[in-house]
Design a protein around this ligand. Structure first.
Ligand SMILES: NC(=O)c1ccc[n+]([C@@H]2O[C@H](COP(=O)([O-])OP(=O)(O)OC[C@H]3O[C@@H](n4cnc5c(N)ncnc54)[C@H](OP(=O)(O)O)[C@@H]3O)[C@@H](O)[C@H]2O)c1
Length: 282
């Protein structure tokens, strides 16, 4: 049995589907089972991973768990201690590619938060694999898709800033391998899309795939900050996001090798992600 935290999220939903397709039993955790729209052949359990005791029963007969920091938050140590007591053998953690190894101090709050959770995972006594993802392409569903639908214009900062956006299917595919095989134990992987793109190039690809005009209009950082805060993002995280974008201007984004190393397939191009989500931009 595999227990998935963050099961209703961007990565979790696809991961649940992939595991079910692989024919393995899945226990999907959500705080709201009634509205979760999780597949009928998953065992949907009610629980809040940020209050680990709510998962005490759900952890029984589980061999491995997928840890999504969005769902577990600061409760990782407690959750993993409970998991070990309940006989869980393995944890696969979704982390962030902003984490820098061997740095005395992480340079921003997103990296520092993930690094702390990574250290807890590595010290948990469980078998572990850490998947450090770069920027999710799905972030655009909240930030850009409504603007494109309404106006055909993406108003965002740092048009020359770069990123290598990753398809959630690639994150899920790597997590499946890390959960099901012994090949990735004690390893940390960097997962990104296959190519560094500027935000202006991303808008051009969206226009090509949708086959309609979409243009980029540069926002000043203060306007961009207000837009990110309006999504419900906490201020320190919003500040980190903008600082990372500012730093990326004029230099290619890091392209990680983890997707291909784990799945044997190159990471999916951004155009494929847009095509898979074309309905969200229409
Ligand atoms: N976005 C990026 O670009 C990026 C890049 C690198 C790494 N990451 C990592 O990926 C994580 C996000 O993954 P995701 O997009 O798949 O997750 P998500 O969609 O943001 O959230 C996953 C699920 O977690 C549960 N959840 C959210 N907030 C919670 C809270 N405060 N307490 C308890 N449960 C909560 C919700 O499930 P229920 O409502 O069903 O309980 C939600 O559906 C980030 O936190 C970060 O660690 C993100």
């Amino acid at each position: 049995m595999f227990l998935i935290t963050g099961a209703t999220g961007n990565v979790g939903r696809v991961l649940v589907d992939h595991l079910l397709e692989a024919g393995v039993p899945v226990r999907a955790v959500t705080r709201n089972p009634e509205s979760s729209k999780l597949p009928a052949n998953a065992e949907v359990v009610s629980g809040d991973p940020s209050s680990p005791e709510s998962l005490s029963e759900a952890l029984s007969a589980v061999s491995a768990l997928f840890l999504n920091p969005a769902a577990v938050g600061g409760s990782t140590a407690k959750l993993l201690e409970l998991a070990r007591e309940r006989g869980v053998k393995r944890v696969v953690m979704l982390s962030s590619d902003t984490v820098v190894d061997d740095a005395a101090e992480q340079s921003d709050s997103i990296a520092a938060w993930h690094k702390q959770i990574e250290e807890t995972v590595a010290a948990s006594g469980l078998e572990w694999t850490i998947l450090r993802a770069g920027e999710f392409a799905t972030n655009l569903l909240g930030l850009w898709a409504p603007q494109i639908r309404a106006t055909g214009v993406v108003r965002a900062p740092y048009g020359q800033g770069t990123t290598a956006p990753i398809h959630e299917r690639d994150i899920a595919a790597t997590a499946v391998r890390a959960l099901l095989t012994d090949d990735h134990l004690g390893e940390t992987y960097s997962l990104t899309g296959p190519k560094s793109l500027t935000r202006i190039e991303m808008v051009e690809i969206i226009a090509q795939v949708l086959d309609r005009p979409v243009r980029f209009e540069e926002l000043v950082p203060e306007q961009a900050l207000q837009a990110i805060l309006a999504q419900g993002t906490p201020k320190p995280i919003a500040d980190s996001i903008l600082a990372l974008q500012a730093e990326s201007v004029g230099r290619p984004a890091h392209v990680g090798t983890g997707v291909e190393a784990i799945t044997g397939q190159p990471a999916r191009p951004f155009a494929e992600w847009v095509a898979d989500h074309a309905g969200a931009f229409a």
